[in-house]
Design a binder for this molecule. Structure first.
Ligand code: ZN
Length: 333
Protein backbone atom coordinates (compact mmCIF):
# COMPACT_ATOMS: atom_id res chain seq x y z
CA UNK A 1 0.00 0.00 0.00
CA UNK A 2 1.54 3.34 -0.94
CA UNK A 3 1.72 5.86 1.84
CA UNK A 4 -0.65 8.75 1.30
CA UNK A 5 1.53 11.82 1.26
CA UNK A 6 -0.65 14.13 -0.82
CA UNK A 7 -3.80 15.99 0.07
CA UNK A 8 -7.18 14.44 -0.64
CA UNK A 9 -8.35 15.79 -3.97
CA UNK A 10 -11.57 17.83 -3.99
CA UNK A 11 -14.76 16.13 -5.27
CA UNK A 12 -15.00 15.64 -9.04
CA UNK A 13 -16.79 18.49 -10.86
CA UNK A 14 -18.09 16.39 -13.73
CA UNK A 15 -17.04 14.97 -17.07
CA UNK A 16 -14.27 16.53 -19.12
CA UNK A 17 -14.85 14.51 -22.30
CA UNK A 18 -16.22 11.27 -23.69
CA UNK A 19 -14.28 9.37 -26.37
CA UNK A 20 -16.01 6.97 -28.74
CA UNK A 21 -15.26 4.95 -31.85
CA UNK A 22 -16.67 5.78 -35.27
CA UNK A 23 -16.20 4.26 -38.70
CA UNK A 24 -16.36 6.96 -41.37
CA UNK A 25 -14.78 10.30 -40.38
CA UNK A 26 -16.74 12.24 -43.00
CA UNK A 27 -20.12 10.94 -41.77
CA UNK A 28 -18.97 11.54 -38.22
CA UNK A 29 -18.25 15.22 -38.89
CA UNK A 30 -21.50 15.68 -40.81
CA UNK A 31 -23.64 14.20 -38.02
CA UNK A 32 -22.10 15.97 -35.03
CA UNK A 33 -21.81 19.37 -36.70
CA UNK A 34 -24.72 19.57 -39.14
CA UNK A 35 -27.27 17.48 -37.24
CA UNK A 36 -26.41 18.07 -33.58
CA UNK A 37 -24.96 21.55 -34.10
CA UNK A 38 -21.69 20.98 -32.28
CA UNK A 39 -18.44 22.61 -33.35
CA UNK A 40 -15.49 20.60 -34.67
CA UNK A 41 -12.94 22.16 -32.30
CA UNK A 42 -9.95 20.01 -33.21
CA UNK A 43 -8.80 17.80 -36.03
CA UNK A 44 -5.72 15.90 -35.07
CA UNK A 45 -4.47 12.32 -35.22
CA UNK A 46 -4.73 9.52 -32.71
CA UNK A 47 -1.46 9.99 -30.80
CA UNK A 48 -1.16 6.20 -30.41
CA UNK A 49 -2.03 5.50 -34.08
CA UNK A 50 -1.16 8.62 -36.12
CA UNK A 51 -2.46 7.21 -39.43
CA UNK A 52 -6.01 7.77 -38.14
CA UNK A 53 -7.89 10.86 -37.02
CA UNK A 54 -8.84 12.00 -33.57
CA UNK A 55 -11.76 14.41 -33.95
CA UNK A 56 -13.11 16.62 -31.15
CA UNK A 57 -16.61 18.11 -31.09
CA UNK A 58 -17.79 20.54 -28.42
CA UNK A 59 -19.64 23.77 -27.76
CA UNK A 60 -18.35 26.93 -29.43
CA UNK A 61 -15.33 27.24 -27.12
CA UNK A 62 -14.39 23.62 -26.42
CA UNK A 63 -15.59 23.96 -22.82
CA UNK A 64 -14.63 20.98 -20.64
CA UNK A 65 -17.82 18.97 -20.11
CA UNK A 66 -19.02 19.50 -23.67
CA UNK A 67 -16.30 17.60 -25.51
CA UNK A 68 -17.20 14.44 -27.44
CA UNK A 69 -14.22 12.96 -29.26
CA UNK A 70 -13.98 10.15 -31.80
CA UNK A 71 -11.42 7.74 -33.14
CA UNK A 72 -12.72 7.12 -36.66
CA UNK A 73 -11.36 3.75 -37.74
CA UNK A 74 -12.48 3.09 -41.35
CA UNK A 75 -12.03 -0.69 -41.09
CA UNK A 76 -13.64 -1.22 -37.68
CA UNK A 77 -16.65 -3.52 -37.23
CA UNK A 78 -19.73 -2.30 -35.46
CA UNK A 79 -19.43 -2.64 -31.69
CA UNK A 80 -21.90 -4.17 -29.32
CA UNK A 81 -23.00 -2.75 -25.99
CA UNK A 82 -22.24 -4.95 -22.99
CA UNK A 83 -21.19 -5.04 -19.36
CA UNK A 84 -18.48 -2.61 -18.32
CA UNK A 85 -19.38 -0.04 -20.91
CA UNK A 86 -21.02 3.32 -21.36
CA UNK A 87 -24.64 2.71 -22.26
CA UNK A 88 -25.57 6.20 -23.38
CA UNK A 89 -23.95 9.59 -23.70
CA UNK A 90 -26.39 12.25 -22.51
CA UNK A 91 -26.46 15.82 -23.80
CA UNK A 92 -28.21 18.57 -21.85
CA UNK A 93 -31.04 20.58 -23.40
CA UNK A 94 -33.73 22.71 -21.81
CA UNK A 95 -37.36 21.62 -21.53
CA UNK A 96 -38.56 24.12 -24.12
CA UNK A 97 -36.16 22.60 -26.67
CA UNK A 98 -37.87 19.18 -26.76
CA UNK A 99 -40.30 20.03 -29.62
CA UNK A 100 -37.48 21.68 -31.59
CA UNK A 101 -35.30 18.57 -31.42
CA UNK A 102 -38.14 16.16 -32.21
CA UNK A 103 -38.97 18.18 -35.32
CA UNK A 104 -35.32 18.48 -36.34
CA UNK A 105 -34.46 14.81 -35.88
CA UNK A 106 -37.53 13.77 -37.87
CA UNK A 107 -36.84 16.30 -40.62
CA UNK A 108 -33.24 15.09 -40.96
CA UNK A 109 -34.21 11.41 -40.87
CA UNK A 110 -32.27 10.64 -37.69
CA UNK A 111 -33.19 7.45 -35.84
CA UNK A 112 -34.75 8.37 -32.47
CA UNK A 113 -37.41 7.31 -29.98
CA UNK A 114 -40.45 9.14 -28.66
CA UNK A 115 -39.62 11.10 -25.50
CA UNK A 116 -39.84 9.29 -22.15
CA UNK A 117 -39.74 10.51 -18.56
CA UNK A 118 -36.83 9.41 -16.35
CA UNK A 119 -36.28 10.79 -12.88
CA UNK A 120 -37.30 14.47 -13.31
CA UNK A 121 -36.29 14.66 -16.98
CA UNK A 122 -37.60 14.22 -20.49
CA UNK A 123 -35.30 12.01 -22.55
CA UNK A 124 -35.07 11.59 -26.34
CA UNK A 125 -32.95 8.56 -27.27
CA UNK A 126 -31.04 9.10 -30.53
CA UNK A 127 -28.73 6.81 -32.55
CA UNK A 128 -26.06 8.10 -34.87
CA UNK A 129 -25.11 6.30 -38.14
CA UNK A 130 -22.78 3.97 -36.19
CA UNK A 131 -25.55 3.03 -33.77
CA UNK A 132 -23.98 5.11 -30.99
CA UNK A 133 -26.52 5.70 -28.23
CA UNK A 134 -27.07 9.35 -27.46
CA UNK A 135 -29.72 10.95 -25.31
CA UNK A 136 -30.99 14.50 -25.38
CA UNK A 137 -31.96 15.09 -21.77
CA UNK A 138 -34.27 18.00 -20.95
CA UNK A 139 -34.30 19.33 -17.41
CA UNK A 140 -34.88 22.60 -15.58
CA UNK A 141 -31.38 22.05 -14.13
CA UNK A 142 -29.89 22.76 -17.54
CA UNK A 143 -31.15 26.36 -17.75
CA UNK A 144 -28.14 27.73 -15.90
CA UNK A 145 -25.42 25.85 -17.75
CA UNK A 146 -22.83 28.17 -19.20
CA UNK A 147 -22.02 27.14 -22.75
CA UNK A 148 -20.49 28.90 -25.72
CA UNK A 149 -22.62 29.36 -28.83
CA UNK A 150 -21.53 27.67 -32.04
CA UNK A 151 -21.23 30.42 -34.65
CA UNK A 152 -22.81 29.65 -37.99
CA UNK A 153 -24.86 26.68 -36.75
CA UNK A 154 -28.47 26.44 -37.88
CA UNK A 155 -29.41 25.26 -34.37
CA UNK A 156 -30.52 28.46 -32.60
CA UNK A 157 -28.51 29.12 -29.41
CA UNK A 158 -31.61 28.73 -27.21
CA UNK A 159 -31.99 25.12 -28.41
CA UNK A 160 -28.29 24.24 -28.60
CA UNK A 161 -26.85 21.27 -26.75
CA UNK A 162 -25.44 22.59 -23.47
CA UNK A 163 -22.64 20.12 -23.07
CA UNK A 164 -23.12 16.74 -21.46
CA UNK A 165 -25.81 15.98 -18.92
CA UNK A 166 -23.71 12.91 -18.13
CA UNK A 167 -23.35 9.25 -19.05
CA UNK A 168 -24.97 5.98 -18.09
CA UNK A 169 -22.96 2.83 -17.45
CA UNK A 170 -24.04 -0.82 -17.60
CA UNK A 171 -22.35 -3.10 -15.08
CA UNK A 172 -22.80 -6.69 -13.98
CA UNK A 173 -22.18 -5.68 -10.41
CA UNK A 174 -22.48 -2.04 -9.45
CA UNK A 175 -21.44 -1.93 -5.80
CA UNK A 176 -17.66 -1.50 -6.20
CA UNK A 177 -18.09 1.12 -8.91
CA UNK A 178 -20.63 3.07 -6.87
CA UNK A 179 -18.32 2.85 -3.86
CA UNK A 180 -15.42 4.28 -5.89
CA UNK A 181 -17.54 7.08 -7.33
CA UNK A 182 -19.10 8.09 -4.01
CA UNK A 183 -16.35 7.48 -1.44
CA UNK A 184 -13.33 8.46 -3.49
CA UNK A 185 -14.55 10.68 -6.33
CA UNK A 186 -17.09 12.54 -4.19
CA UNK A 187 -20.25 11.74 -6.17
CA UNK A 188 -23.55 11.78 -4.26
CA UNK A 189 -26.28 9.20 -4.73
CA UNK A 190 -29.32 11.27 -5.65
CA UNK A 191 -31.82 8.76 -7.01
CA UNK A 192 -32.70 5.14 -7.54
CA UNK A 193 -35.26 3.75 -9.92
CA UNK A 194 -35.69 0.44 -11.81
CA UNK A 195 -32.19 -0.83 -11.04
CA UNK A 196 -30.61 2.50 -11.97
CA UNK A 197 -28.61 4.38 -9.36
CA UNK A 198 -28.19 8.05 -10.17
CA UNK A 199 -25.00 9.71 -9.00
CA UNK A 200 -24.21 13.41 -9.19
CA UNK A 201 -20.82 15.09 -9.06
CA UNK A 202 -20.54 17.54 -6.20
CA UNK A 203 -17.37 19.45 -7.04
CA UNK A 204 -17.62 23.22 -7.18
CA UNK A 205 -16.76 24.70 -10.53
CA UNK A 206 -13.49 26.55 -10.33
CA UNK A 207 -12.55 26.18 -13.97
CA UNK A 208 -13.68 27.66 -17.23
CA UNK A 209 -17.38 27.59 -16.29
CA UNK A 210 -16.72 29.67 -13.18
CA UNK A 211 -14.74 32.15 -15.25
CA UNK A 212 -17.78 32.47 -17.48
CA UNK A 213 -19.80 33.36 -14.37
CA UNK A 214 -22.11 30.36 -14.52
CA UNK A 215 -23.40 28.24 -11.68
CA UNK A 216 -24.51 24.98 -13.28
CA UNK A 217 -21.84 22.61 -14.49
CA UNK A 218 -21.89 20.29 -17.48
CA UNK A 219 -21.65 16.54 -17.21
CA UNK A 220 -22.52 15.97 -13.56
CA UNK A 221 -24.65 12.80 -13.85
CA UNK A 222 -23.60 9.16 -13.89
CA UNK A 223 -26.47 6.67 -14.04
CA UNK A 224 -25.33 3.18 -13.06
CA UNK A 225 -27.43 0.34 -14.50
CA UNK A 226 -26.86 -2.98 -12.80
CA UNK A 227 -27.59 -5.96 -15.04
CA UNK A 228 -26.21 -9.21 -13.65
CA UNK A 229 -26.98 -11.06 -16.88
CA UNK A 230 -25.28 -8.56 -19.18
CA UNK A 231 -22.85 -10.12 -21.65
CA UNK A 232 -19.45 -8.64 -22.37
CA UNK A 233 -19.64 -6.00 -25.05
CA UNK A 234 -17.53 -5.78 -28.17
CA UNK A 235 -15.46 -2.71 -28.85
CA UNK A 236 -16.24 -1.24 -32.23
CA UNK A 237 -17.92 1.65 -33.99
CA UNK A 238 -20.74 3.18 -32.00
CA UNK A 239 -19.23 2.28 -28.62
CA UNK A 240 -17.61 4.53 -26.05
CA UNK A 241 -13.90 3.94 -25.53
CA UNK A 242 -13.55 5.85 -22.24
CA UNK A 243 -14.98 8.66 -20.17
CA UNK A 244 -12.85 11.42 -18.68
CA UNK A 245 -13.34 13.43 -15.49
CA UNK A 246 -12.25 17.04 -15.11
CA UNK A 247 -9.28 17.86 -12.95
CA UNK A 248 -8.20 21.42 -12.35
CA UNK A 249 -4.45 21.14 -12.79
CA UNK A 250 -1.43 18.85 -12.61
CA UNK A 251 -1.27 18.96 -8.80
CA UNK A 252 -4.87 17.81 -8.50
CA UNK A 253 -4.25 15.09 -11.05
CA UNK A 254 -1.27 13.88 -9.04
CA UNK A 255 -3.51 13.79 -5.97
CA UNK A 256 -5.98 11.61 -7.91
CA UNK A 257 -3.21 9.23 -8.89
CA UNK A 258 -2.36 8.87 -5.18
CA UNK A 259 -5.99 8.57 -4.07
CA UNK A 260 -6.62 5.81 -6.65
CA UNK A 261 -3.48 3.96 -5.57
CA UNK A 262 -4.78 4.05 -2.00
CA UNK A 263 -7.70 1.99 -3.30
CA UNK A 264 -5.39 -0.44 -5.07
CA UNK A 265 -6.19 1.07 -8.49
CA UNK A 266 -3.06 1.81 -10.44
CA UNK A 267 -3.44 4.62 -12.91
CA UNK A 268 -1.07 5.17 -15.82
CA UNK A 269 1.69 7.74 -15.69
CA UNK A 270 0.69 11.27 -16.63
CA UNK A 271 0.46 11.54 -20.44
CA UNK A 272 0.63 14.75 -22.45
CA UNK A 273 -2.44 14.80 -24.70
CA UNK A 274 -1.51 18.25 -26.07
CA UNK A 275 -4.86 19.83 -25.04
CA UNK A 276 -4.88 18.32 -21.54
CA UNK A 277 -2.79 16.03 -19.37
CA UNK A 278 -4.23 12.59 -18.64
CA UNK A 279 -4.08 9.55 -16.45
CA UNK A 280 -6.15 6.42 -17.16
CA UNK A 281 -7.42 3.70 -14.87
CA UNK A 282 -9.75 0.71 -15.33
CA UNK A 283 -12.46 0.80 -12.61
CA UNK A 284 -13.70 -2.43 -10.97
CA UNK A 285 -16.77 -2.69 -13.23
CA UNK A 286 -14.59 -2.61 -16.34
CA UNK A 287 -15.11 0.98 -17.53
CA UNK A 288 -11.96 2.82 -18.65
CA UNK A 289 -11.73 6.12 -16.79
CA UNK A 290 -9.49 9.08 -17.51
CA UNK A 291 -8.69 12.13 -15.39
CA UNK A 292 -7.96 15.08 -17.69
CA UNK A 293 -6.82 18.59 -16.80
CA UNK A 294 -8.82 21.66 -17.91
CA UNK A 295 -5.62 23.29 -19.10
CA UNK A 296 -4.12 24.03 -21.56
CA UNK A 297 -7.26 23.61 -23.71
CA UNK A 298 -7.91 23.64 -27.44
CA UNK A 299 -6.60 27.15 -28.16
CA UNK A 300 -3.05 26.06 -27.27
CA UNK A 301 -2.08 25.47 -30.93
CA UNK A 302 -4.56 27.54 -32.98
CA UNK A 303 -6.74 30.62 -32.40
CA UNK A 304 -10.14 30.14 -30.75
CA UNK A 305 -11.81 31.76 -33.77
CA UNK A 306 -10.53 29.12 -36.19
CA UNK A 307 -10.49 25.99 -34.01
CA UNK A 308 -10.85 22.76 -35.94
CA UNK A 309 -10.33 24.12 -39.43
CA UNK A 310 -6.87 22.65 -40.00
CA UNK A 311 -5.10 19.41 -39.18
CA UNK A 312 -3.07 20.01 -36.01
CA UNK A 313 -0.20 17.70 -35.13
CA UNK A 314 1.84 17.42 -31.95
CA UNK A 315 5.58 18.08 -32.32
CA UNK A 316 6.47 14.38 -32.59
CA UNK A 317 4.35 13.97 -35.77
CA UNK A 318 4.95 17.34 -37.46
CA UNK A 319 7.72 15.79 -39.59
CA UNK A 320 5.20 13.27 -40.96
CA UNK A 321 2.63 15.92 -41.94
CA UNK A 322 2.75 15.35 -45.72
CA UNK A 323 2.57 11.57 -45.38
CA UNK A 324 -0.31 11.78 -42.89
CA UNK A 325 -2.18 14.31 -45.04
CA UNK A 326 -1.94 11.94 -48.00
CA UNK A 327 -3.27 9.06 -45.94
CA UNK A 328 -6.11 10.74 -44.05
CA UNK A 329 -9.38 11.11 -45.97
CA UNK A 330 -10.94 14.55 -46.49
CA UNK A 331 -13.48 15.46 -43.80
CA UNK A 332 -15.82 17.50 -45.97
CA UNK A 333 -16.81 17.28 -49.62
ZN1 ZN B 1 -9.68 10.78 -23.36
Amino acid sequence: MPHNTGTTPPPIRGLHHVTAIAKDPKKNVAFYTRVLGLRLVKQTVNFDDPGTYHLYFADGAGTPGSVLTFFPWPNVARGELGAGETKATMFAITERSVPFWLRRLSALGVEHDAPVQRFDETVIAVRDHDGMRLELVASARHEGIGFAEVQGSDVPAEHALRGFAGVSLVLRSASKTIDLLTRTLGYAEVGNSDGVTRLMARGADTGQGAVMGQGAVMGRIIDVHEDQGAQRGRTGSGTVHHIAFRTKDDAEQQAWQDALAQRGLHATEILDRQYFHSIYVREPGGVLLEFATDAPGFAVDEPLATLGQELKLPAQYEGMRDALRARLPALVE
